[in-house]
Design a binder for this molecule. Sequence first.
Ligand code: KG4
Ligand code: ZN
Length: 338
Amino acid sequence: MNKQKQPLILGIETSCDETSAAVVRGGNELLSNVISSQMEVHRKFGGVVPEVASRRHVERITHIVERALDEAGVKLSDLDAVAVTQGPGLVGALLIGVAAAKALSFSAGIPLVPVHHIAGHIYANHLIRPLEFPLVALVVSGGHTELIHMPKHNRYERLGRTRDDAAGEAFDKVARLMNLPYPGGPQIDRLAREGTPRYDLPRAWLEPDSLDFSFSGLKSAVINFLHNAKQRGEDVDHADLAVSFQEAVIDVLTEKSMKAVERTGVNRLLLAGGVSANSGLRERLKHRCEEAGVELWIPPLALCTDNAAMIAAAGTYQFLDGQVAGLDLNADPNLKLV
Ligand code: KG4
Ligand code: ZN
């Protein structure tokens, strides 16, 4: 990107339980990234309560945006555009971000850029090192498990997706069965480090050529396993169960990603989304990619989960492409990337 084309973008993210605003210059210079997590509030309920999430976003959004501008040392009038997560996510939560972004766009007289949440997760990597194309992205979050081919900025082609639960959702549900606190992914990750994968759990490979995923069978297998053990009065080692489950997820994610890379002839694999924080998955992908001579891009832990900097980064390239919205923009909880 040349010097004149270094737009200053405010990003806003409120799709789930993080209220976040960030300022990014030129697509990858992070000036601020303020994240207010509601995790503690939702933990009591064992998962995100949509109504509660919306209310929290309303309470915090103005303050979070002000802090993001302050920390970046910029004024509203300095901005070139405001980028916001349009979807997918919880509709009530998304609406707060979209309404705030519209108000800012109107009052500052700057364009409004609607961003797909998954595009944001992919562009989290761009904040560390400018993306190089073509690439294959494995997107694994609480709501998504997808393999995406990107030939260039703003272009997404889907290679595969989950047919039922997302990987993160499976982590959270299995953690709940094991009475671990929300969100379960990091808890399973931590427990798994102390366990031995001795419990036999299924891997859903689907049709031989398929790059799709399915995790609901694995979740049911864990339910049955726990139920049977209880009926027989047998103790279940939670660390062993955690690592057995995690390995089943990692096996499928890794093998399908390697297949996607091989099939497309793209020698560059990028990891994105909340589950990319998983230490087992990071390790395994590093190992497999090294072995296969594939370049692996992994975002730093701080940028793996939801944040507005990734939305501003993705929004920058949409802004440069003229992908802007009017003030009639609406949140779309089921927004499609492709
Ligand atoms: O991307 P994200 O913050 O929100 C969505 O867009 O969904 O992802 C949240 C998901 C949750 O399911 C959470 O349990 C999972 O990412 N997660 C993890 C880890 N850290 C977060 N899953 C496995 N291992 C982790 N270390
Ligand atoms: Zn996310």
